[in-house]
Design a protein. Structure first.
Length: 399
């Protein structure tokens, strides 16, 4: 690179916009230079977010049974992944599950449902959930993620109190047809714009490690910048057995750091989240990634298990960061005390799912890997574990 990464970060802090060539150079940095890249990206992260980490918590309102064919997705049409499958959970259960995330330290609850997009009835149902969650947790942010929106639906969610709408672009326009045939990149762009037009913040991000070229990855990131996505989740492909991308392992921890750094250079003042797959792909470098990103999901993902929530909080604390909105609290101590006090209540609760196909599971403590773990040696030491706890089960969530 003709200028140093630190100098590039300095120019970006003075309003230079990352060029495509610079983005590609960051992605192609040597492993040995990757910590220089991270250091430079960290100055931008620090400039805009100090030492705070925003904690988000996922509630999977409806799991599996999707008619779409996104090749990375365990919930897709024809997926043989042995995930939990259930229809809409009850509104009160959605509120209960979201509130557990708040107790865990989340300042944003992400309410997600599988499917191409919601009916108006679905939007009404989710609106009731948002209203209920806001009533019991007035300071919490709610992000809805329901797929491709039709006219008027974003406005309805905004009226119910939603703060944001998530719809990921996932990859570049010219790679999109390789990963999905049942809807288009432009439909995704249109939904992000609809959310913005309704006054919702846009949350739109990526899945990396799906066979995209460096150029396609840069295209996808530049599309997100152009769309003015306020938060950018970066997911690392979790190649579920039983999906077309099963066995796809293209990432290394250092490559993940270069990708996150490139996103930070391209979008210095945006919330950048290390999202699904961080445990298995960043592995021991997750704390290093916190120097670049300023956001994560707490605990489990939609259909897979993350590391224990208390380990997430410990990682934040041990790395010298604080949870946004909980700067003066010892969340690790609070979390452990809460779980100890409420373990039995959490375990005894009704699942709340209208039509759950969740297999019965033995009660397991929060944060422990369930006995159904499926390892994959190619990922290193962190297995891809199908979620068998939390929403849709009778087992306490990892919150
Ligand atoms: S990503 Fe969404 S639309 Fe695509 S298969 Fe999965 S649940 Fe369906």
């Amino acid at each position: 690179m003709h200028t140093s990464y630190t100098e590039l970060a300095h120019r970006i802090s003075e309003d230079h916009r990352l060029t495509r060539d610079e983005a590609l150079e960051i992605l192609s940095a040597d492993d040995a230079a990757t910590f220089d890249v991270v250091h430079a990206a960290s100055t931008l992260r620090h400039q805009h977010f100090g030492n705070t980490v925003k904690v988000n918590y996922l509630v999977n309102l409806k799991s599996g049974l999707c008619p779409e064919d996104c090749s990375y997705c365990s919930q897709r049409l024809g997926s043989a992944a042995e995930i939990l499958k259930y229809s809409w959970i009850k509104p009160e259960e959605a509120v209960r599950q979201g509130s557990l995330g708040v107790v865990g330290g989340a300042s944003r609850i992400c309410m997600v449902a599988s499917g191409k997009g919601p009916t108006d009835r679905d939007v009404d149902r989710v609106s009731r959930m948002i209203e209920g969650l806001k009533e019991s947790n007035p300071d919490i942010e709610v992000c809805a993620c329901l797929g491709i929106l039709k006219d008027g639906q974003a406005q309805r969610l905004k009226q119910a109190g939603a703060d944001a709408y998530n719809h990921n672009l996932n990859t570049s326009e010219d790679h999109y047809s390789e990963i999905c045939s049942t809807h288009s990149f432009s439909e995704r762009v249109a939904t992000v714009n609809q959310a913005h037009d309704a006054g919702l913040q846009a949350c739109s991000g990526l899945i990396v490690g799906m066979g995209e070229s460096p150029e396609q990855l840069v295209d996808a990131v530049f599309s997100l910048v152009e769309l003015d996505s306020e938060s950018i989740p970066v997911n690392f492909l979790m190649p579920f057995e039983g999906t077309p991308l099963e066995g796809t392992w293209e990432l290394t921890p250092l490559k993940c750091l270069r990708i996150l750094s490139m996103v930070r250079f391209a979008a210095p003042d945006k919330e950048i989240r290390m999202a699904g797959g961080r445990e298995m792909h960043l592995r021991s470098l997750q704390p290093t990634a916190l120097r670049v990103v300023n956001s994560l999901f707490l605990g489990d993902y939609l259909t897979s298990e993350g590391q224990s929530a208390v380990d997430d909080l410990r990682m934040i604390q041990d790395s010298g960061f604080v949870v946004l909105g909980a700067e003066d609290r010892d969340l690790v101590a609070e979390h452990e005390a809460y779980l100890q006090a409420h373990q039995q209540d959490l375990s005894d609760a009704d699942t709340g799912a209208e039509e759950s196909t969740a297999p019965a599971q033995a009660v397991a403590p929060c944060g422990q890997v369930a006995s159904c773990s499926k390892g994959n040696g190619a990922s290193g030491s962190v297995p891809l574990t199908i979620r068998r706890r939390g929403v849709g089960t009778s087992v306490a969530p990892n919150a």
